[in-house]
Design a protein around this ligand. Structure first.
Ligand code: SAM
Length: 273
């Protein structure tokens, strides 16, 4: 079957430092939009519109679309293309530093975030966005497949690590589908995938102090081959780990999110007195 393209030849010089791999296949774009399921009542935020492959279909289907783009050269073409669309609001800025709370209109509860993300900033950007989790209904991202594998991995799987624990603590995570390099211009070196993240309205397990939780998770995975007892030396003793109903001789990669929450709370209780 002939490939359906997004149909916009471009003279834009793709910039590697901004992770510019633009979607070129209309079928994949349709598949992503179908997965997002935009609604006319939605206030959506698109990070990194590029040449608007996703912006074009989204802008027709939502109440408001805030767009965040860093590349100066893409700003004028975006303005020209969408100036007449009432839903369109462009922010020429760095998505990593942006205050997403400022986007909420009076009385508004939540934003939906989407983006074919520049791979070099995807993890810090997701951590930044998680600080706004109470104001986010859901997020749909295109990321490196390997990163989506890590985000959605279960304990005991090789891909399970700090990113899995931190994102699964805050969100329900779902691997949606894989997208091959040929669907981008220029093609990236690796496969990509779409992930859905839905911040928990009520977290299943609550860390009393999220900074401690983050520190314990980082420390537990600091040396992947070492046991929990070794990685947490100076933080929690074997006895204290056992009090959390966790075997200190296992490795962090087999411990579910709940276990890290218990360890963090154990540590926090002891040090907050
Ligand atoms: N959405 C377009 C598509 O799917 O074809 C482009 C996606 S491209 C992978 C990533 C986009 O994010 C580029 O337009 C790039 O300029 C932009 N970008 C990169 N770093 C950014 C940042 N820190 N803040 C905002 N936009 C950024």
């Amino acid at each position: 079957m002939a490939k359906k393209t997004s149909g916009r030849p471009s003279s834009h010089k793709h910039k590697k430092q901004f992770g510019q791999n633009f979607l070129n296949n209309g079928r994949i774009i349709d598949q992503i939009v179908a997965a997002i399921r935009p609604q006319m009542s939605d206030h959506m935020v698109e990070i990194g519109p590029g040449e608007a492959a996703l912006t074009r279909p989204l802008i027709e289907r939502v109440k408001k679309l805030d767009i965040i783009e860093i590349d100066n050269d893409l700003i004028a073409p975006l303005k020209i293309q969408f100036a007449s669309k009432p839903a369109f609001h462009l922010h020429h800025t760095d998505a990593l530093k942006f205050d997403y709370g400022t986007l909420l209109d009076e009385g508004e509860q939540s934003l939906r975030i989407v983006g074919n993300l520049p791979y070099n900033i995807s993890s810090p950007l997701m951590f930044h966005l998680l600080t706004y989790a109470p104001y986010i209904e859901d997020m749909h991202f295109m990321l490196q497949k390997e990163v989506v594998d890590r985000i959605t991995a279960n304990p005991g799987i090789k891909a399970y690590g700090r990113l899995s624990v931190m994102l699964q603590y805050a969100c329900e995570t779902e691997y949606l589908f894989t997208v091959g390099p040929e669907n981008f211009t220029p093609p990236p070196k690796v496969e990509s995938a779409i992930v859905r993240l839905i911040p928990h309205k009520t977290k299943p397990f609550i860390a009393e102090d999220e900074k401690t939780f983050s520190d314990i998770v980082r420390q537990s995975f600091s040396q992947k081959r070492k046991t929990l007892r070794n990685n947490l030396k100076g933080w929690l003793s074997s006895e204290q780990i056992e009090q959390c109903e966790i075997d200190p001789s296992i490795r962090a990669e087999t411990i579910p999110v709940e276990g890290f929450v218990k360890l963090a709370n154990r540590y926090f209780q002891q040090h907050s007195i």
